[in-house]
Ligand binder design. Structure first.
Ligand code: T1G
Length: 651
């Protein structure tokens, strides 16, 4: 490191010292950055010609937080709190010039400055809870002094960043810059007569009872996560404690949380997400440009995919099989956006803009303008092959064709296209406009730049793309099938759907397996069993699920499945209990009480075994990809790290 260029440098602009952090990729507050900042502040204070200081960053962003790569080791001084204290204590005014993302420790540096100016596109947030920790350098103590307790709790517990306009309105920043952030920051610094220390400001008054209610809600919603509740309590404490004591409590909390299994698991997920983007064979391969997305089919999946593309600013061409289906598709899309407006997630004008980007017709020829067409029609091989054969004659020679099949062989679909290298799988999860996971299926003949484009498009849609090879069910549904099979074995051994669901929900899953089966409907799994039976890979003896199907208990939409449903509530149904007990008797199994920890161990173990098989077969690129699939696609709790991580950690 000794001969590397310094990561923090100071230059003079009149009487203002401009301190620049230049530590790619995201100016994380590594040891070198921290030490450089402390030295720069001391230097500016010692220089009689300097009246004020600006802290700015080179590259794409302000400081994106503490350096996550240093998390496994004890912090080397100066700690980030020392840096923030030195900035706040500076006798000369210090201004933060924010662009890109000022996150975590980056925002904390900005909070310790005496004024903040942001580029119009800047985003600011405290994402620490996503790493299982809380802000550790004043975030929970200084932020409420600027924006008030309720707002600070919202930011520190959700981890969601705010944009510059929002930051200005809440008092987080003092000014939004025009095109020349640095010049305006220097002017602002030169205007300040004396430091205005955030820590000296009082916490604005607030309605304590209302805030206590919000904190209770945060804790209830965290479903097992520790960090959000801790972050909320710390913000609340800022109103009761002197700054020093609040900072000390905050630091102790981070030190404690960092060592928890939750924080370790969430760090695993953080690095797993970045690792997933590394795909062998794609280094240096440029994706094709995609601005117009075609979607074939406007059912549940197609409409979700179309909305995801419109949300991302793409022009969207949707084609249904005939005019009545196209009209139904338009209604479905309008209803999807209306729901978002009704629940306050989207402004009405924004709904109209997004719907305006989507053209729905019954004319396949419209796909001639698309850069990429995603097929989301009925999951039947003949239907898809007919469509792809037709599409290959309609779309431009450089356009990409993607299939959203769940269980069919995408290579068999690609085979009907003259140039199968343009065909790739894009497996979305329902609801496709909400769920983050997209399995990018690496078909046998896919061209590298087609695969790179599929990944880039998924990212552009705000999704988490995970590359998988071709096999029945790809990564997610294969692991899910293993989970389902083990859950049904547990039933035979003595567990009930409700005991299994309770155990997995206590483990942090949003819904236990049987509640999920009911939500998804029992038909798809039945079809899979029939395929396996036809291939001689499954015993012809009916399973409990088959018995449910025979009785019309097809899941939630049918009003009954593994449970009975009254309104939205699930209820244990004696008919199911009797079927479960009869199945054990028929199989000659003496039922026993299966404890929650056995349920969790066996179900997580079954997922991990299947995941390992997928890695060994080369279908999944790496174990951490399996974890991401289960977390982003199946509601597995991220703070457990995923079944592979959990099983490895348990040794
Ligand atoms: N530390 C180290 N490396 C980081 C990093 C960080 N904080 N953030 C990003 N990187 C690396 C990342 O691994 C990747 O590397 C490259 O930068 C580009 O990232 C005391 C306790 C900033 C919005 O949680 O949200 O502050 O793979 O691919 O999509 O309170 O990265 O290229 O080698 O994600 O443009 C809080 C996490 C820390 C921010 C950029 N900070 N980062 O997104 O690129 S805790 C965070 C992000 C803390 C204090 C505490 C995003 C981004 P490589 P990328 P991107």
């Amino acid at each position: 490191m000794t001969d590397a260029a310094p990561v923090v440098t100071t230059r003079r602009d009149g009487a203002v010292a401009v301190v620049t952090i230049d530590s790619p990729p995201v100016n994380a507050a590594s040891h070198a950055v921290r030490a450089g900042l402390v030295a720069a502040i001391a230097g500016a204070n010692a220089d009689p010609d300097v009246r004020a200081v600006v802290i700015a960053c080179a590259g794409r962003s302000f400081v994106a937080g503490a350096d996550v790569r240093e998390f496994g080791r004890p912090p080397e001084p100066p700690r980030l709190t020392d840096v923030c204290d030195a900035i706040e204590a500076s006798a000369k005014p210090v201004v933060a010039a924010l662009h890109g993302t000022a996150l975590g420790g980056g925002l904390e540096i900005a909070l310790a400055c005496h004024a903040r100016i942001a580029a119009p596109g800047a985003r600011m947030g405290l994402p620490e809870v996503k790493l299982g920790i809380v802000p550790g350098a004043g975030g929970t103590q200084r932020l409420p002094r600027l924006v008030g307790v309720p707002r600070a709790i919202e930011m520190a517990t959700s981890g969601r960043p705010v944009d510059a306009a929002d930051a200005l309105a809440s008092g987080l920043v003092d000014r939004i810059a025009g095109p020349d952030l640095l010049t305006e920051a220097v002017a602002l610094a030169a205007d300040l007569d004396a430091p205005r220390r955030t820590g000296d400001r009082p916490v604005p008054a607030f309605d304590r009872a209302a805030v206590e209610a919000v904190v209770a809600k945060v804790e209830a919603r965290a479903r097992g996560r520790i960090a959000p509740g801790e972050a909320a309590r710390l913000v609340l404490a800022s109103a009761d404690l002197p700054l020093r004591d609040g900072l000390a409590r905050e630091w102790e909390t981070v030190a404690r949380l960092k060592e928890t299994d939750q924080a370790r698991a969430l760090r695993h997920v953080f690095f797993a997400e970045r690792e997933a983007a590394r795909v062998p064979g794609l280094d240096g391969v440029a994706p094709r440009a995609v601005t117009t997305v075609g979607v074939a089919g406007c059912g549940l999946m197609g409409s979700g995919i179309a909305a995801a593309a419109a949300d991302a600013g793409c022009a969207v061409i949707v084609v249904e099989r005939d005019e009545p289906a196209a009209a139904a598709g338009r209604d479905r899309l309008a209803a999807l956006y209306d729901r978002r407006v009704a629940t306050g997630r989207l402004a009405a004008a924004e709904r109209d803009a997004r719907l305006g980007r989507i053209a729905v017709s019954a004319d396949r020829a419209a796909f001639a303008a698309a850069d990429l067409v995603v097929e989301a029609v009925f999951d039947d091989l003949d239907v898809k092959r007919e469509l792809f054969a037709a599409l290959s004659a309609i779309v431009r020679p450089d356009a990409i064709l993607a299939t959203n099949t769940s269980y069919l062989d995408p290579d068999a679909i690609a085979a009907v296209v003259a140039d199968p290298g343009r065909v790739v799988g894009l497996h979305f999860f329902s609801p496709a406009d909400v769920m983050r996971l997209v399995e990018v299926v690496r078909t046998g003949a896919v061209a590298p730049d087609v695969l790179a484009t599929a990944i880039a498009v998924a990212k552009r849609l705000g999704k988490l793309p995970v590359v998988t090879g071709v096999c029945e069910g790809f990564v997610g549904n294969r692991v899910f099938s293993a989970y389902r099979d083990e859950a049904e074995r547990l039933l035979l051994d003595g567990a009930y759907p409700e005991t299994i669901d309770a155990a997995m929900e206590a483990h942090g899953l949003a819904m236990g397996p049987f509640a999920v089966f009911d939500l998804a409907g029992l038909e798809i799994a039945r079809a899979r069993r029939e395929r396996l039976r036809a291939a001689g890979r499954l015993s012809p003896a009916p399973t409990i699920a088959d018995r449910l199907c025979e009785r019309g208990r097809l899941g939630r939409r049918a009003g009954r499945g593994w449970y009975a449903y009254d309104g939205g509530e699930r209820r244990v149904d004696p008919e199911v209990t009797a079927l479960v007990e009869a199945a054990s008797a028929e199989a000659g199994v003496a039922r026993r009480v299966v404890a929650a920890d056995e349920i969790v161990r066996r179900l997580v173990g079954a997922m991990a075994r299947e995941g390992r098989a997928l890695v060994d077969e080369g279908i999944a690129q790496r174990a951490s990809d399996v974890d991401l699939v289960m977390i982003a696609g199946y509601g597995y709790p991220d703070w457990r790290g995923g079944p592979m991580f959990e099983t490895a950690a348990a040794g």
